[in-house]
Ligand binder design. Structure first.
Ligand code: HEM
Ligand code: HEM
Ligand SMILES: [Fe+2]
Length: 463
């Protein structure tokens, strides 16, 4: 396996940045988990640790998706990337900006007063979950994303070869970029502020990112099994259409109790209950295609692709639908049930998506014919089993929390420190299991192609 176009190798820069941040994200997640048990355990407080954990998550996933796009678009357009120097500049500028943002969070964690107001905006941290990056960083991020999109559109423009897969992929990315904008102004009115904030958060993960996932799913099935493009694209359009149909108005499931009008109960409840349907179609798509497989060229790639489809449905679809009706959400809103869903959805939908793309494309980037897949599977089982147990544990904690806090009226802190303590201990233990899985994966990422493949090794031994 080799790349068709040399410039596709730029994907590897983004992947490397992504996997390193993945490791950081999980280490920081374990510190957060320990702080549930011993709040004073670390020099940085829980609020800073939590910000680092979820921002690292979002950034590494976006970096991974950018890398994947740099690989897919030249392949589909049948040409080199329009400007490789621009792509490299965009990469280093992104790494630079992200590093500054992280240093800013840490600085503020050590000295909260440092987050001073400059020209009406906060210097280090804007303080809205997931998009805490300050305004100057927002501007840099927008420039970086514009350069990236420009480069990709120009690549496509060079040959004017339009395929469904890259069309949907670029549409998803454009949608993603546009949905960053509602997060760039704030209102002193909390209701309005939350209203727009959800456009970013919800319409990202349940809109644009899911569109990107649909396109990449088709691409990966095509690459790993050689499935027919026409069939894959037909299903992709149906999936993506349904994602948008259910997901856009599904935003209403965040408008039940924040002060927005009552009609959102009906709209949000109805449309978001349908959101699992396209995700189930994706699972079916993956299975149907795999059943017809004659020659699988990249088994770990296919394995992760199918796992991604399944856990996207379970984490986002099933763990989403359980609390999406207003009648249920009025009890579970903002509890550990939400956190359980957040973990499994992000893991299944996007962590596994980026890892799948890495396993599907990295062998070609490194020019490897065959490689030992053992570590890829081992990492999968460590990560997935640990994540399932983390999620079951905090789903349990969430049920206790809902019952004691919201039905019996016990105090938040009493429930957290006394009744849920064992759940926190278990979560921390499973977290370490997850870290073992990530470490195996990251090691495999750096080693892939740098050691002889098993088949070659046995031949060498024979000789
Ligand atoms: C891959 C897709 C998804 C991801 C990554 C995701 C992730 C998340 C996260 C992180 C939160 C917590 C946000 C916060 O900090 O307050 C959340 C909330 C929520 N999600 Fe999802 N989600 C996805 C899909 C879905 C789907 C398909 C449904 C419904 C079927 C759903 C239903 C909900 C609901 C109802 C809440 C609000 C919980 C509350 O009131 O506290 N999600 N989601
Ligand atoms: C790929 C793996 C992971 C993903 C995708 C992930 C994702 C997330 C997300 C989306 C949130 C915000 C949830 C919300 O507000 O509802 C969060 C919070 C958190 N995560 Fe993770 N995480 C991962 C791994 C871990 C690990 C291994 C641990 C350690 C056990 C951990 C511990 C925590 C803790 C303690 C919080 C704060 C929960 C709270 O505020 O109630 N995470 N994570
Ligand atoms: Fe949502």
């Amino acid at each position: 396996m080799t790349v068709k176009y040399q410039s596709q190798k730029i994907a590897q820069y983004f992947y490397t940045f992504a996997v390193i941040l993945f490791l950081v994200q999980v280490v920081v997640g374990i510190i957060a988990a320990i702080q549930f048990i011993r709040p004073d355990i670390f020099i940085l407080n829980f609020n800073t640790i939590r910000t680092l954990h979820i921002n690292a998550l979002v950034v590494w996933l976006l970096a991974g998706l950018m890398g994947a796009t740099y690989y897919v678009v030249p392949e589909e357009s049948e040409t080199e990337v329009w400007s490789l120097p621009l792509a490299k500049l965009q990469f280093w500028a992104t790494v630079g900006a992200i590093t500054l943002v992280v240093l800013g969070y840490i600085w503020m964690g050590l000295d909260p007063q440092a987050n001073s107001t400059v020209m009406g905006t906060q210097l280090l941290n804007e303080g809205r979950e997931y998009i805490e990056a300050p305004r100057w960083a927002d501007a840099l991020i927008v420039v970086s994303v514009l350069l990236f999109l420009f480069n990709m559109f120009m690549t496509m423009w060079k040959t004017k070869k339009w395929t469904g897969i890259q069309g949907v992929l670029l549409f998803g990315l454009l949608f993603l970029a546009l949905m960053y904008l509602p997060g760039m102004f704030y209102s002193k009115n909390m209701i309005k502020d939350q209203f727009w904030w959800w456009w970013v958060i919800h319409l990202w993960v349940e809109g644009s990112w899911e569109v990107i996932a649909g396109a990449l799913l088709a691409f990966m099935l095509m690459k790993t099994i050689g499935a027919k493009r026409e069939v894959l694209e037909k299903w992709m359009y149906i999936e993506v259409g349904l994602v948008l149909f259910t997901g856009i108005l599904g935003t209403g499931h965040h408008y039940y109790f924040i002060g927005t009008p009552k009609y959102w109960h009906w709209i949000g409840g109805f449309f978001s209950s349908l959101e699992p349907v396209p995700l189930l179609l994706m699972v079916w798509d993956a299975f149907r295609t795999t059943r017809e497989a004659r020659n699988v060229t990249n088994k770990p790639g296919l394995f992760y692709t199918v796992a991604h489809a399944i856990f996207n449905f379970v984490g986002a679809g099933l763990w989403g639908i359980i609390h999406t009706l207003p009648q249920v959400n009025q009890w579970t809103h903002g509890t550990q049930i939400t956190t359980a869903h957040g973990h499994l959805a992000f893991y299944g939908a996007y962590v596994l998506l980026v890892i799948s793309m890495i396993y599907v494309t990295l062998p070609a980037i490194r020019g490897v014919k065959d490689y030992n897949p053992a570590r890829a599977y081992l990492a999968f089982w460590w990560m997935t089993i640990s994540m399932v147990f983390i999620v079951l544990t905090i789903t349990g904690a969430g049920m206790v929390q809902v019952y004691m806090e919201r039905l019996m009226g016990l105090d938040y802190v009493a429930v957290k420190t006394t009744y849920n303590l064992w759940f926190w201990i278990l979560r921390a233990i499973f977290g370490v299991g997850f870290l073992i899985g990530v470490s195996i994966f990251v090691y495999d990422f750096f080693m892939l192609g740098k050691e002889p493949a098993p088949a070659l090794r046995t031949e060498e031994q024979k000789a």
